[in-house]
Write a protein that binds this ligand. Structure first.
Ligand code: ZN
Length: 287
């Protein structure tokens, strides 16, 4: 009796093993066939060829899309009063080419990528509409529909990516001397933010340059012309040299704020009135 059970048990085991081996072989064959099909599509697909060609024609700019910087403060007060706007302007002043470069690269990539995507989709749509797959013969290992679906999957795998934005992370931190307390603040800037900073920075540079130039235009001849026009009197209080006033020629809109050295922006002021005015300027008020 025991012997019969033993034989039966062994027979079951053997059958199970053979079954499993056959299953595994079937699976292996199926995978092999699928690979053959994929290879067939890869070597015969006009769409894949078109996508490879397209990829070859489109090269996007590469750069670090997530740079991180750290700035340590010497005290908690310094951290609390951290002026991020001025800090960024100074950082940009330190390396304007780097910042201009990454903004340019992002814009380039965005523009090129949208062209690329358009052409990529056009090619993929050719698969969907079925006008571009190769001629299959009767003994081909694959059917037209299968060809199409493999083609689509393989094409999509080849889709390129490009950096189309970036995030600059600035971590400002302070750590108390014994390390008991640490504080940090994180600021993030994307392409749009950096572009705004760059504009402000460029405007500042222009103002600086223009200020130097405008001051150069203030010649003794121009000075005399304005004093004469205003009757050698302060246009605010009316005092003149006879009253002991020292006369200045003043820029109504200061050169530091983009004011120009031209007659309409110049006037005679006495030292007292000019001192009170300093470089204050109200674009909508009396100056
Ligand atoms: Zn005056």
């Amino acid at each position: 009796m025991e012997l019969i059970f033993g034989i039966l048990f062994i027979a079951v085991i053997i059958t199970w093993c053979v079954y499993n081996r056959n299953k595994a072989e079937e699976r292996k064959k199926a995978v092999e066939l699928q690979n053959q099909k994929i290879d067939f599509v890869k070597s015969n697909s006009q769409c894949l060829y078109a996508i490879k060609k397209l990829n070859h024609n489109y090269n996007f700019k590469e750069f670090d899309a997530h740079p991180r910087y750290r700035r340590n403060c010497n005290s908690k007060t310094q951290l609390d009063n951290f002026d991020i706007y001025n800090h960024m302007l100074l950082t940009i002043e330190h390396s304007p080419n780097y910042f201009t470069g990454i903004v340019k690269a992002v814009k380039y990539n965005r523009q090129k990528y949208s062209q690329y995507e358009q052409q990529f989709n056009l090619t993929i749509n050719k698969i969907v509409s079925g006008c571009n797959y190769c001629k299959l013969t009767a003994n081909s290992i694959i059917e037209a529909d299968e060809f199409k679906s493999i083609e689509e999957v393989e094409c999509k795998k080849l889709k390129k990516d490009a950096i189309r934005d970036f995030t600059i992370e600035l971590i400002v931190c302070y750590r108390s001397p014994r390390g008991r307390n640490s504080y940090k603040r994180t600021y993030k800037f994307n392409c749009h933010d950096i572009e705004r900073y760059l504009n402000d920075y460029n405007q500042m540079q222009q103002n600086k340059q223009s200020a130097v130039y405008q001051r150069q235009l203030m010649t003794p001849k121009m000075r005399y012309k304005i004093l004469k026009r205003d009757g050698f009197k302060c246009v605010i209080c009316g005092r003149s040299r006879k009253d002991g006033a020292k006369l200045h020629v003043d820029h109504i809109k200061p050169v530091s704020k983009g004011g120009k050295t031209e007659e309409s922006n110049l006037r005679t002021l006495c030292d007292m009135c000019n001192l009170g005015k300093s470089d204050a300027y109200d674009p909508y008020g009396l100056n």
